[in-house]
Design a protein around this ligand. Structure first.
Ligand SMILES: Nc1ncnc2c1ncn2[C@@H]1O[C@H](COP(=O)(O)OP(=O)(O)OP(=O)(O)O)[C@@H](O)[C@H]1O
Ligand SMILES: [Mg+2]
Length: 445
């Protein structure tokens, strides 16, 4: 752990969640979820948050940052837990902001799971779906609110939510929330919050350029860093193949086949490129789905759900799916096109190799992308030496060619066992195009 100029007490000795001082109902929920030992960021952040400190916390992708902020937040909420039906007894006390709708939903699912034995209320609000069920949930009163910024401002504007009693603010993917796309909305939200509050910033990446800005939102913060800066988990194997732009589709198919990749998330830079690649794969008979910010929210969610449940082999995505999304045991990520920002590379490849599992990240790099690759290498402080594409030697027809084999890239099959993710009830109402149209900067973030 690296702690800024201010040294926090040595708290790393704790090896169990109980030793971190969490209350029995939280411990019970963790046990039921199969969390036996805290991850390094959890060991370090939980006691500091319980002590009331502001934090700027950085830890690799897939290492449990969500629980690192949610668990101590629940612990601090305990004195306010009550079963009263009166909305006045359930003001919003904790606000968690996330850059995309899918991530807000996922973080809320985690909060729900961790708080399942506590009389604390929570909900999630994000754009692209009907506001009315969200309004009803807010008006009934919740202690914990997870939100994307645009939709939160819509609710604040229509007075369906009051933020004057917020004591905790969490920015998940904080460096993204502080960049130019989100900053104006974030500032408007901060104006609605009390200045006396605890603020927590979490991300796998913090570029030096935003540290100063981040500090201006924090009071006497501690900086917690687990492992080397700006890295995905060590469990992600990173491979680079140099491929001409026109040969990328064949290269993608070849790598999937020769490495027997059951499922992969395939990133492009633009929505247009995602659509084009997705369609080309579908025409070849591959079970491919597409997710990007111009898709209706219902389509975005069903693409992600289908992928999580193993019904889709390749999910072609823009960077909308790069941050925070947790797909249990996803074996592989492709950079079909390298991202413009090196941070996005770290987040993209961090969709695999999570929670200690191993993962493979394959980047298909055209000559015109060499400069992007060099920028990524500088950012992650590591050389990514290109290796030749795997040989696709003709082989005798085997069971592996049968439709549905992981490497077959052909017919339907339920690919791997996946945890069934609950779908949030708030998503079920039909979409309305006339919903108040606050631009959601997370739309394609
Ligand atoms: N202590 C734990 N024991 C076992 N599994 C855990 C533990 N903490 C978290 N997990 C699991 O690890 C996975 C990754 O957690 P999480 O999504 O919080 O990672 P993250 O650090 O926020 O990653 P990212 O930077 O990509 O957002 C989740 O499936 C989560 O349920
Ligand atoms: Mg996260």
């Amino acid at each position: 752990m690296e702690i800024d100029e201010q040294n926090a007490p040595a708290l790393e000795a704790a090896t169990t969640f109980a030793e971190l001082g969490l209350a029995p109902p939280i411990l019970r929920a963790l046990e039921e979820m199969g969390y036996s030992i805290p991850t390094p960021i959890q060991k370090q952040a939980i006691p500091l948050v319980v002590m009331g400190r502001d934090l700027m916390a950085q830890a690799q992708t897939g290492t449990g940052k969500t629980a690192a902020f949610s668990l101590p937040l629940l612990q601090k909420m305990l004195p306010h837990a009550n079963t009263s039906a009166s909305p006045a007894r359930h003001p919003v006390r904790a606000l968690v902001l996330a850059p995309t709708r899918e991530l807000a939903l996922q973080v809320h699912e985690s909060v729900l799971a961790y708080s399942r034995h506590l009389p604390l209320r929570s909900t999630v609000v994000f754009g692209g779906v009907d506001m009315r069920p969200q309004e009803a949930a807010l008006k009934a009163g919740v202690e914990i609110l997870v939100a994307t910024p645009g939709r939160l401002l819509d609710h604040a504007g229509s007075r369906s939510v009051q933020l004057s009693q917020v004591q905790f603010l969490v920015l998940d993917e904080a460096d993204r929330m502080l960049d130019m796309g989100f900053l104006p909305d974030l500032k408007r939200i901060l104006d609605l919050l009390p200045s006396q509050r605890q603020t927590l910033l979490f991300s796998a990446t913090f570029d030096d350029s935003i540290v100063g800005l981040a500090r201006s939102f924090l009071r006497n913060p501690l900086k917690v860093e687990v492992a080397r800066k700006n890295t995905a988990a060590e469990s992600v194997e990173q491979v680079v193949h140099k491929v001409r732009e026109d040969d990328k589709l064949e290269a993608l198919v070849r790598v999937v086949k020769t490495r027997d990749i059951a499922q992969a998330l395939v990133f492009t830079r633009t929505k247009l490129a995602a659509d084009r690649l997705g369609r080309r794969l579908q025409r070849r008979g591959v079970q491919a789905a597409i997710i990007h910010g111009d898709k209706a929210q219902v389509e975005r969610l069903s693409a992600l759900e289908g992928f999580k449940q193993g019904k889709v082999q390749l999910l072609v995505a823009t960077d909308i799916a790069a941050r925070g999304i947790d797909i249990v045991e996803l074996p592989c990520v492709f950079n079909y096109e390298l991202p413009y920002s090196p941070e996005d590379y770290v987040h993209r490849i961090g969709r695999t190799g999570r929670a200690g599992a191993s993962g493979l990240a394959v980047s298909l790099v055209a000559p015109e992308e060499d400069r992007l690759l060099a920028g990524i290498e500088r950012f992650i402080k590591r050389d990514l030496k290109a290796v030749p594409l795997p040989e696709s030697a003709p082989r005798p027809r085997t069971r592996a060619d049968a439709p549905g084999h992981p490497g077959s890239l052909a017919a339907p099959r339920s690919l791997t066992r996946r945890r069934q993710e609950p779908v949030c009830a708030l998503l079920l109402p039909p979409l309305r195009d006339d919903a108040p149209g606050h631009p959601d900067p997370g739309k394609d973030a």
